[in-house]
Write a protein that binds this ligand. Structure first.
Ligand code: GSH
Length: 219
């Protein structure tokens, strides 16, 4: 097959898509990127033919005729079928569950509340949810406290090796820091700095730059 087997449906600004981009860039995995503009009804309808839920990222493996949604599952799939130098999902059983736990933590306790705060800025006047945003900020504060404690001794999310958990952490912490600065959480801020210097994430951030104007500003 002359074409690349992997196709990624994504948007460069999306945090969950950046998570998968980091995984792909870590191992220089070749893929064809398909940017989806969900604001365009035709593009959105086309995308929903591939994944009716309509959320990205979605990976298509044309060689195996498989469609894989969900950022974590995509990275698990890449680790299993397109492995590289960075062991995104450790083979060691204990490191594996710790990686999955950290991945869930950064998705559910950092990325999701961060997205709640960002999405609220896009709501029409009179339809915002200040109570929900306050709850999201509280969740972020709790998460920051945990990260601050964990990152006293760790270089990467689970220890010395860069894994799927760091792919999840990078965009989640990057955007969370924009909506609620890490400020006094010095260990968490230093971890974010290390993530920003990691070439795979630095590339994802640079590629999102042309779309940055679409990121809603707060008050
Ligand atoms: N659990 C999913 C979350 C994916 C997700 O929320 N993607 C957002 C972009 S970051 C999206 O597609 N939003 C569009 C929508 O909800 O309509 C994953 O890990 O891939």
């Amino acid at each position: 097959m002359s074409e690349r087997p992997l196709e990624l449906y994504f948007h460069p600004l999306s945090s969950f898509c950046q998570k998968v981009l980091v995984a792909l860039y870590e191992n220089h995995t070749p893929f064809e990127g398909r940017i989806v503009d969900l604001g365009d009804p035709q593009a959105s309808a086309e995308f929903k033919k591939i994944w009716p839920i309509g959320k990205f990222p979605v990976l298509r493996d044309r060689a195996k005729d498989r469609t894989i949604p969900e950022s974590t599952i995509i990275i698990e799939y890449l680790a299993a079928h397109y492995p590289g130098r960075t062991e995104l999902m450790p083979r060691n059983a204990d490191l594996a569950w710790q990686t999955r736990l950290c991945d869930r933590f950064y998705d559910l306790c950092v990325n999701v509340p961060m997205q709640k705060i960002v999405a609220d800025r896009l709501r029409p006047a009179g339809k915002t949810d200040p109570y929900g945003v306050d709850q999201a900020r509280e969740q972020l504060r709790t998460a920051y406290g945990l990260i601050e404690h964990e990152m006293r001794t760790r270089t990467w999310a689970t220890g010395d090796a860069f894994t799927m958990a760091d792919c999840a952490a990078a965009p989640a912490l990057y955007y969370a820091n924009l909506v609620m600065p890490l400020g006094a959480y010095a260990n968490a801020a230093a971890y974010l700095e290390r993530l920003m210097k990691r070439p795979s994430f630095a590339r994802a951030v640079e590629e999102a730059e042309p779309y940055r104007r679409l990121f809603p500003k707060g008050e």
